[in-house]
Design a protein around this ligand. Sequence first.
Ligand SMILES: Cc1cc2nc3c(=O)[nH]c(=O)nc-3n(C[C@H](O)[C@H](O)[C@H](O)COP(=O)(O)O)c2cc1C
Length: 363
Amino acid sequence: MSFTPQQTAALFSPLQLGAISLKNRIVMAPLTRSRADQLAVPASFAADYYAQRASAGLIITEATQVSYDAMGYCRTPGAHTDEQLSVWTSIADAVHDKGGKIVMQLWHVGRIASRLNTGVARDVVAPSAIQAPGKMYTDAKGMVDHDIPRALETTEIAGIANDFAQAAKNAIAAGFDGVEVHSANGYLLHQFLSSNVNQRTDQYGGSIENRVRMPLEIVEAVVEAVSKDRVGIRISPGHTFNGIEETDAEALYTHYLKRLETYGLAYLHVMRPMMGGMAFDPVTMARGVYAGKMIAASGYDGASGAALIASGGADAVAFGKAYIANPDLAERLATGAELNKPHEATFYTPGEKGYTDYSRLAA
Ligand SMILES: Cc1cc2nc3c(=O)[nH]c(=O)nc-3n(C[C@H](O)[C@H](O)[C@H](O)COP(=O)(O)O)c2cc1C
């Protein structure tokens, strides 16, 4: 598929997101690629992968753990040890050398975890001791059930906020332009928001006001650690991935967004559900409720993304699978060139194949 330059023109004006200046409105969506090692140290060739994509206005890294307890899948990177941060520093430098901007997506998987995927002893925690449905891949034993999580004690939540704050400081010290708090896709923050995964009876469960408390405390800790104009947040209202239900999604996110708005963050990143029907469109809903800068993601192509920006529906658009396959996606969208197709079989496999070897347009 390709587009005419006229159809994609709205993607090519600069944009300010807090303290971060974007040269265009094309964002590389966060994409887990599972090239790190069992101690969550990113691969050295990840610097090449990200630098190849530096013509994006902004790169959001793959989801990156704030601690070993926050890790769930195999070979996902962390931002909490010196070895990890030394590679992240080379990644940020490589992107900046090519004129790009990069923020780190910070996550905690909560109950979406198998201990088999972490190279050290660790805990699996969640709002409540309810096992996630479905199975997950491990290098050790193939597909396995998710571990049964332990419910977090009320007093432990401050420690998790502290892990996020420390990882955010680490990312900024490694040279990143900012961080994105992962509050989407059924991971720990989304588990607290949910009406079925969160069965707590303390001040973090039950009412909407209580279910947003933990995610807001995380955001607050990160803002205090690195300043609001370098912090974004990703949400996925109505996304049922990883066994999440939000029976009161519209009321929940209206309240959550109004509270988030008060922090004056660099940006809000709204992901449309990748599956399942929705009673409302989360991008339209969020734009109506939230006054700050907004990135929209999922299912956009060059023409529909530019049309959304031109109509005022979002300030920038993130592209996921198209960025896996097209390191020079921005150049291709600018010129109307054909796009490469992504190879799903190598989305999560170790090594450089299907990672740094997608073709670029001839110079
Ligand atoms: C291989 C793969 C890995 C992903 N990893 C992440 C991730 O680490 N964090 C996240 O928030 N979303 C993740 N997503 C979702 C993408 O950021 C994006 O929202 C999704 O691919 C839909 O956008 P698209 O239609 O442009 O591909 C992932 C998607 C894919 C296909």
